[in-house]
Design a protein around this ligand. Structure first.
Ligand code: NAD
Length: 371
């Protein structure tokens, strides 16, 4: 072994054992290990809200090694019958929205994954935490920062983990780009552009109901550009400006945003320019530019495959179902303390909610809002 090699080995060991740096999550390692037998602990999860995304998560969890669907919380008995048969779930692990506090007395469930409309997250997460179970909550974690803070505080007091369904933090190409950024490959970062949107259908759905959605496109899809700007630039914004346009005030009622353009300023001087919309198709693109290089990702946050290229060439990391990686990664986080490259905890969810609050304030006042 060369002197350089042994020194590096020594420093690596030192970095984990003596300095106590966290061990970082690696999608490549997790993927490489997926063909090996696994005998460690398995996170036993109950899904709350058996809707379209809950269905996707349940299917993805079939390929997990460290997480398993073992329970259901639903207000629709017929769905429970179907899901029980499909996933071999015992009746004693099934609850409805009135009685799920009794999960407290169920030793066979470790965590509840809340996948219901945004406006219900806060109360449901708090009830799960008070029942002593870890909580995974879909994005947006709540509908404003006040709710988010209450959720973080309650989970802390209950000594349970609060994690947010930020699946991109486990996605291999995204993780690679973040590693490149940390490595200085893009040089001094100057600009991020995030475009997040789709055309929303059925006008009667909860996503267009202010009370259940907490807002409009910003809560649902614009949040990807907010979170993306933060993990691509690796900084927290210090100000926002924002402008709203509404072409269909019947479909998008008061408090439900159709399209918002927003800008964020960062301490380094980098700026982000983003678009959040329910009125444009195929809008899913990130662009990051520094004085040494760039990355363009399109699609950047859809279910994948994510595609992208940098000044060095195409991103070639494998596509693995995001929710499978996320749930295995969250189990590693809970059992082994292995942190994803960007946090997925309640504090991370709260940061996005504070920015959303500021964007809505900027839209209302027409002024720059400091964070
Ligand atoms: P959905 O409408 O398909 O499902 C929502 C579920 O909640 C349904 O099963 C519904 O019966 C249940 N529910 C309980 N109480 C309800 C009420 N009062 N009103 C309406 N429904 C009620 O929605 P979805 O697309 O599954 O979204 C659920 C959550 O997941 C949202 O927070 C959303 O932002 C999030 N989501 C995240 C991603 C992601 O990629 N991370 C993708 C889609 C949705």
């Amino acid at each position: 072994m060369t002197t350089m090699g042994s020194r590096r080995d020594f420093l690596e060991k030192l970095s984990i054992s003596a300095i106590g740096l966290p061990i970082l999550y690696s999608p490549a390692k997790l993927f490489a290990a997926s063909s090996e037998p696994y005998e460690g602990p398995v996170l036993r999860v109950a899904i709350m809200g058996l809707g379209s995304y809950g269905t996707r998560v349940a299917k993805a969890m079939e390929s997990c090694k460290r997480a398993k669907l073992v329970g259901l919380i639903s207000g629709t008995p017929s769905k429970v019958v179907d899901w029980r048969a499909k996933y071999d779930i015992p009746e004693k692990n099934c609850y409805n929205y009135s009685n799920f506090d009794a999960i407290k007395n169920n030793p066979d469930i470790d965590a509840v994954y809340v996948i219901t409309p945004n406006g219900l997250h806060k109360d449901q997460v708090i009830r799960v935490a008070k029942a002593g179970k870890h909580v995974i909550c879909e994005k947006p974690m709540g509908i404003n920062a006040k709710e988010g803070q209450e959720m973080v505080d309650t989970c802390k007091a209950a000594n349970v983990k609060l994690l947010v369904g930020y699946r991109m933090h486990f996605e291999p190409k995204t993780v690679e780009v973040i590693k490149m950024r940390k490595n200085g490959d893009f040089g001094e970062l100057k600009f991020f552009q995030g475009l997040s949107g789709f055309v929303i259908g059925d006008p009667t759905q909860w996503r267009l109901n202010k009370q259940l959605a907490g807002g409009g496109a910003m809560m649902d899809i614009g949040i990807y550009s907010i979170n993306g700007a933060r993990y691509m630039l690796g900084e927290e914004p210090i100000w926002v400006t924002a402008q709203e346009t509404k072409t269909d005030p019947i479909k998008f009622k008061e408090g439900v945003d159709e399209t918002i353009q927003f800008q964020m300023g960062f301490p380094s001087g980098a700026v982000a320019s983003c678009l959040s919309t329910y009125a444009m198709r195929h809008l899913d693109r990130f662009f990051l530019s520094g004085d040494k290089g760039f990355v363009e990702m399109k699609p950047s946050t859809g279910y994948g495959p994510i595609e992208g290229r940098t000044h060095k060439g195409e991103l070639t990391q494998p596509h693995i179902t995001h929710q499978t990686l996320q749930m295995d990664g969250m189990a590693q986080l809970i059992f082994e303390g292995i942190q994803p490259i960007v946090p997925v905890d309640g504090e991370e969810g709260l940061k996005d909610l504070k920015i959303i609050d500021a964007i809505y304030k900027a839209v209302k006042t027409g002024k720059k809002v400091d964070l």
